[in-house]
Design a protein around this ligand. Structure first.
Ligand code: ATP
Ligand code: MG
Length: 399
């Protein structure tokens, strides 16, 4: 398909209507593009703000044909959009990321094999993966080396926010877990001693140019991202600058080996011996990069637009230290309330450097991502102090 630059005024499409699509639409519209979202939900966060919304299933041939007829280029916001849908679209118009890259990121077996291949090429020394085994049969369960226990059994496909994973200590627990996950293809990973978790988000253009954000320190609660902190010194002293460089080099090598075009997030573990391990990739902007909207001179979503359209990429500059708090539906139910209550947004907005983002979802449910709050300020201390106040106002206990 044509690889010419797609300039503002053209129409861009996004497969998937969640909050990542919504923020992509915001970025595209502010740059002067028209937008079309394909999503089955009549009230999807992205569909609500897009110029147009094609309301069909992701694999509906008529819906996909309409999307490709109307768009100069198409991207995706949702990792589990079938790669075959992207493949079909790519025959008619430019699509990034490619179906091939998305297919690898959707399958932990292929993803791990890709990391191992990157490591074998002698790329960045940060590319190690947790020791693992592919589990597809009861015989493979029985043959698992005890070195992999305690471990985490993860389904190869369709996992997110810690879903599709079971922690196992013994062979017997592993047998049960494999059955509980339905006997589908899984990866058993050795449980590693995590000191901290990071992510690196980069954008790679059609010409191979790469720009990136700094490593982002992520804290998960109950398997869901709770906070992301990004400022100089967010990696422990021992890892320090070397760790930052290793993390970024690892992400670049993973993207380059995929010939990736688009925005890519690489999740990493920092272990107690300060080594870095690659966990997984997401072929799209990532929850840990939402702070870039308010704290950087170009956001992950604008970079998604630029990579999709073949526009120049500029290295992002973070102009403020930032902490992002995810706002889950739990916040609507303070102190065990049974009825949803509107959170005290006025108190949040009274805090200096508070940037509130809500995704337009009607029903607050526990564990549902309803929005996020980014706190910026002149100093790290100021940002931490405001974050603590915001967390207290919203009743987010574990900040
Ligand atoms: P998401 O899509 O939300 O990023 P996920 O459901 O795809 O998550 P993972 O990122 O693989 O799943 O794992 C979720 C969390 O479980 C990790 O962020 C980490 O805290 C923990 N975890 C995963 N693998 C390991 C491991 N091998 N050792 C220790 N902890 C792990
Ligand atoms: Mg993850």
């Amino acid at each position: 398909m044509s690889q010419t630059m797609i300039l503002p005024g053209a129409t861009l499409g996004v497969l998937g209507g969640g909050q990542l699509g919504r923020m992509f639409i915001h970025a595209a519209q502010s740059m002067g593009y028209n937008t079309v979202v394909l999503d089955p939900d009549d009230a999807s966060p992205a569909g609500l703000v897009s110029h147009d919304h094609i309301q069909t299933a992701y694999l509906d041939p008529a819906g996909l044909a309409e999307l490709s007829d109307r768009c100069a280029a198409i991207t995706t916001e949702f990792e589990n959009v079938p790669a075959s849908a992207l493949q079909a679209l790519s025959l008619k118009c430019p699509v990034s990321p490619s179906a091939a890259s998305v297919a690898i990121a959707q399958d932990r077996v292929a993803e791990k094999a890709h990391f191992v291949a990157c490591a074998a090429k002698g790329g960045a020394d940060a590319i190690t993966v947790a020791p693992y085994a592919v589990i597809e049969t009861a015989a493979q369960v029985a043959a698992v080396s005890s070195d992999l226990l305690p471990g985490i059994l993860k389904t190869a496909r369709m996992g997110y926010d810690g879903k599709g994973q079971i922690r196992v200590k013994t062979q017997a627990e592993l047998t049960n877990a494999f059955a509980e996950l339905g006997g589908v293809t899984c990866v058993l990973e050795k449980m590693l001693p995590l000191k901290a978790e990071y992510s690196v988000i980069l954008a790679r253009g059609r010409d191979g140019q790469v720009v990136h954000f700094p490593p982002q320190l992520n804290v998960h609660v109950d398997g869901i991202l709770a906070t992301t902190s990004v400022y100089e010194g967010n990696m422990p002293e021992n890892s320090g600058k070397a760790g930052v460089k290793r993390a970024i080099d690892a992400a670049i090598s993973i993207a380059t080996e995929l010939q990736y075009v688009g925005v890519l997030c690489v999740e990493l573990f920092l272990l107690h011996d300060d080594s870095l391990v690659v966990n997984e990739i997401a072929p799209r902007p990532h929850n840990s990069g939402h702070y870039t909207i308010d704290a950087c001179d170009v956001s992950q979503f604008e970079l998604q637009v630029r990579t999709l359209c073949g526009l120049p990429l500029t290295q992002p500059r973070q102009h403020s230290p930032a902490i992002m708090l995810n706002i889950l539906g739990d916040v609507w139910f303070p102190n065990g309330a049974s009825q949803a209550q509107t959170p005290p947004w006025d108190q949040i907005l009274a805090l200096p450097g508070a940037h509130l983002h809500l995704y337009g979802k009607k029903d607050a449910k526990k564990g549902r991502k309803m929005g996020h709050l980014t706190l910026t300020g002149a100093t790290v201390e100021a940002v931490k102090a405001t974050t603590a106040k915001a967390a207290a106002i919203l009743g987010i206990a574990k900040y």
